[in-house]
Structure formats: structure tokens, C-alpha cells
Design a protein around this ligand. Sequence first.
Ligand code: XMP
Length: 420
Amino acid sequence: MKVTPETVVLINCGCEGIQKLARAVRSRKVYTMVIPYSASAERVSAEKPAGLILVADGNGALLNEAKQKFAVCGVPLLVITDPENSVQTAVDFCFNECKCTGSWDLDTFIDDAIADIRAQVGNEHVVLGLSGGVDSSVVAALIHKAIGDKLICVFVDHGLLRKNEKEMVKEIFERNFGMNLVVVDAADRFLDKLAGVTDPEQKRKIIGKEFIEVFADAAAQSKAPFLGQGTIYPDILESISFDGNHNGVIKSHHNVGGLPKNLKFKLVEPVERLFKDEVREVGRKLGLPSELIDRHPFPGPSLGVRHVGEIKRETLAILREADAIVTEELLSSGWYHRTWQTFAIFVPVKTTGIRDGRRSYDYVVAIRSINSVDAVTAEVVQLPWELLFKMSDRIIKEVPGVNRVVYDITQKPPGTIEWE
Ligand code: XMP
């Protein structure tokens, strides 16, 4: 049986900021869920809520409809029409009307999640694709805590990783945590498939398809009946619009796609009800280092979408070195944590320069640094010139084949964050 915390359900009657409100109430130790107004009263009652909060941006017809519909749930009901200023009202309602005890926090979440995983999995094995990103890393740590070496983590080296990425993952998960880690060296397979391909969509498709095949192979070999996944709450909420339709618009373009249907895994998704910052906090509590937990977002197709044009081993190596220098300088200057994403891009254009007193004809590297709240829009960060000069100077001195560095000053929109 899954452990169910004391829950207050927020009914989304058309509110942009409902996730923020749900998150804010949780930080006051009351567990919240968000359900679209189109859900049935039975569906809502199934969560055994201590109370319901109907939330809309302003007073709309949907609110009245929802009030009538959910009255049958027979629990206290609050209407909020100004979510930004209503956190305290919502919290007071939870404690005073719904009689919540304020017993939910991430420590209890971890205990419950471990109990749930053990109950679900029993003595079986779980296989998990570990990317080195926040979500899969936290899920690895959580499942490992629950079932130890019955967790098999699979890390695919597709050849498009950042410098030292594989070593870092091995260091943290294999050496520090003592996890069962299978590293699949598939770099040649990916790079051979990418040879001659310049179209960005085609590149993404190849990377996504190969990834699924390689991972599915490794997962099948593990013979585990369960598959761990780093699904988080916004992934679920953002694929359902408030009227309950699966719009799939926001995220689908970034999803690499699912595993083949004939692989019949049972899913273990222990953080599917957590917001991103809660996932990070759980990771910290489980002992994952900040270098992993507080990392910038990194796209699934990895350096592949930061290397414009055909990916060749030599030019990919240039990007990897340049990117490592950008990250190093960003960290040592203290700017890493002041930006959402900052990275290098390989531009397959040769320009004229001077190196060692001679004319050179070498490639261009671009630097992009943006801030954002949701990656839907982004603004260019005005990194200090001294820092940019230092990056540029080091890249040109230390990375053979590059003689020019440029700074991308394009906002999103119209530019995307990644170059491809
Ligand atoms: P764009 O380039 O569309 O990126 O402005 C928005 C955010 O999404 C990340 N991104 C991806 N993430 N798979 C991912 O998991 C992808 O294919 C992908 N493409 C872009 C990007 O890094 C940024 O944070």
C-alpha cells in the first residue's frame, strides 16, 4: 500500500501560477496536489483530501461550476481568485478549517518513498537510466536507499558528453555510493550514425532513437521487471491542461520519446509528485553533492545541439574543451549559480586570425549565457567583460583550432536557448 500523506487538493479552474501556490503551501508542511477542474468528484475524493481549494485567476464561471460539482466531496472548500497574494489564506485554511497537522516535509517524504518503493518492488530488481542530471540522480539515490544493490543504473556514453562527465558519474555513484553501475560505451555507434548529418532535427532524431535502442538493450539484459524514472510533478501537470486535456505541447518537443512498447516494465517513479526544487532538496538530504544537484539544465541530445552542423570527432573535441573552460571560469568567478544556463557552442565557420606571428584560419566558438524561470523565455546575461575576456583568451590559447570567440546576445524569443 502506498503511504498517503494528509493532502489538500488544489482544483485548477484556470490559474497560471497554481504550481507556485501548491509549492508554497507545501513549504508550510501541508502536502498539496493539483487536479484540473474537469476531473470527477470521485477522482478528487479518491485522494482522500482534508480540504479543497478552488483556484482561478479572477472570478470565472468555472469557479461556480466547480463549487457545485465538488461540494459532494464533503470536505471544507476555499475559493482563491488572487493566487499570488493568497498563500497565507490557503495555509490558514489548511490548518484551521481542514485541521491539517502540518506533518508533511521532505524527511517524511523520503521515509514514505522508501517504504513505497520496497512495498512495490519486493525482492525484484529495478533498472534505471542515469544521465547525471538532477532528476535521474535523485531517483537513483532514493531507490538505492530503498533496495541497495537490487538497483541497476545504466549510464550511456553516447559520445556527446561534457568533459569528465562519465568520470564524475562513476565517482559519485559507483565509488561514493557503491551503486551497481553499468556504463555502456556507445560513442562510436552514435558518432558513426551522425556522420554526414547536418540537419538539426535529423541529428536530434538520430540521437534520440539510438539512445532508446542502446538503453533498451541494456535494460533488457538486466532482466529487471521494474524501470525507475525521474518523472517530476511539473512533467505531469504540464502535459495536462487545466481543462483536463493532454495538450502535450509544452514538453513533447523535448522528450526523446518512450521505450519500445514491447518492453513491459513496471514503472517506479518515486519523485513524480515533487516540484523541481523539492527534488533537489531530497538529493541534498540523500548526500548528493552540489556539483550535481545545482547543475545547469542540460539538453537530452547533449553537446549534439551545441555543435552546429555535421558532428565530427575533432570538432566535437574542440567544443568539449571550450565548454569545460567556460564552466571552469564560471565556477571560479562565482557566476555559475547566478545564471540559468551558460555554455559554449561550436560554430563551423573558419575565419582569419593571427597565431604565433602567422596567419591562421580556424573555427569560431560562441558563448551563450541566459537567465530564465521556465525556459519558455530567456534573457541574455550581461556577464562581466573581464570574465568573457578571460574565457575567450583561454579558449584561444588552450584549444587548438579556434581563433575567434563571440558572445551570443540574442534573447528568447526570437532565439532558442540551444543553437539547434
Ligand atoms: P530551447 O533551446 O528550446 O531550450 O530554448 C529550452 C530548454 O530546454 C532544454 N532543451 C532540452 N532538454 N531535451 C531536453 O531534455 C532536449 O532535446 C532539449 N532541447 C533543449 C534547453 O537546454 C533549455 O533549458
